[in-house]
Design a protein around this ligand. Structure first.
Ligand SMILES: Nc1ncnc2c1ncn2[C@@H]1O[C@H](COP(=O)(O)OP(=O)(O)OP(=O)(O)O)[C@@H](O)[C@H]1O
Ligand SMILES: Nc1ccn([C@@H]2O[C@H](COP(=O)(O)O)[C@@H](O)[C@H]2O)c(=O)n1
Ligand SMILES: [Mg+2]
Length: 206
């Protein structure tokens, strides 16, 4: 795979950027907590799902295919998602990113590393019981077509079958920061803050 601009090397590999991957099951609270992190720690939040949804609305040639895959809870080929992430990162003007809902499988992980040559600082993992995630998704009311019980079950299955192995991979590299996400929003954010404050402290003392 080549980069956004069809070059063998991504323009991002020449920039000094910091990336935190934000992972967790559907409805674990990734988007909610990312909004809080942005306010406190100056990151730009990029949700892979939001970028894909915007692409389906843009009328692009891949839009209909992406829409069908999302309605089935399937993981879209890395080439498309990485292109959207690369473009959003380059356009943002920032150098610190929370990448939410990515990498979703081994293919996502390996392709991002190969194309951008970016190694994430750490992985924030929201660990939440499935019954709680299901309750949250069914009462989210944001008009998402995939928030229906049939697709929610497919998304849970994809998370267990494809995404957990990515979480385990980063755990084995000592990069995982696991958060108990089954608690109320403010309590979850206290744990999140502790992770980012510790990282800031470490960087400051270097
Ligand atoms: N800690 C929490 N306690 C109760 N409700 C929460 C909590 N965190 C988020 N929510 C609510 O749960 C719903 C899902 O949250 P959010 O959209 O942040 O999850 P997500 O992980 O980004 O989901 P998805 O993977 O589907 O994008 C939202 O309605 C949100 O307001
Ligand atoms: N790396 C990704 C991320 C998401 N998708 C597709 O988008 C759907 C919604 O994702 P959310 O993170 O917003 O819940 C997801 O179910 C996938 O269909 C993807 O393909 N690849
Ligand atoms: Mg989300």
């Amino acid at each position: 795979m080549t980069s956004l601009l069809g070059e063998s090397k991504s323009l991002l590999s020449e920039k000094k950027v910091q990336v935190v991957f934000v992972l967790g099951g559907p409805g674990s609270g990734k988007g909610t907590q990312c909004a809080n992190i942005v306010q406190h720690f100056g990151y730009t939040h990029l949700s892979a799902g939001d970028l894909l949804r915007a692409e389906t609305r843009s009328g692009s040639e891949n839009g209909a295919m992406i829409q069908n895959m999302m309605n089935e809870g399937k993981i879209v080929p890395s080439e498309m998602t990485i292109k959207l992430l690369e473009r959003a990162m380059l356009e943002s003007g920032n150098d610190k990113f929370l990448i939410d809902g990515f990498p979703r499988n081994e293919e996502n992980r390996a392709a991002f590393e190969r194309v951008t040559q970016i190694e994430p600082e750490f992985i924030l993992f929201f660990d939440c019981p499935e019954e709680e995630m299901e309750r949250r998704l069914l009462s989210r009311n944001q008009g998402r077509e995939d928030d229906n019980i049939e697709t929610i079950r497919k998304r849970f299955k994809a998370f267990v079958e494809s995404s957990i192995s990515v979480v385990e991979y980063y755990n084995s590299k000592g990069k995982l920061r696991k958060i108990d996400a089954g608690k109320p929003v403010d309590e979850v954010f206290e744990s999140v803050k502790a992770v980012f404050s510790a990282t800031k402290e470490k960087t400051h003392n270097k």
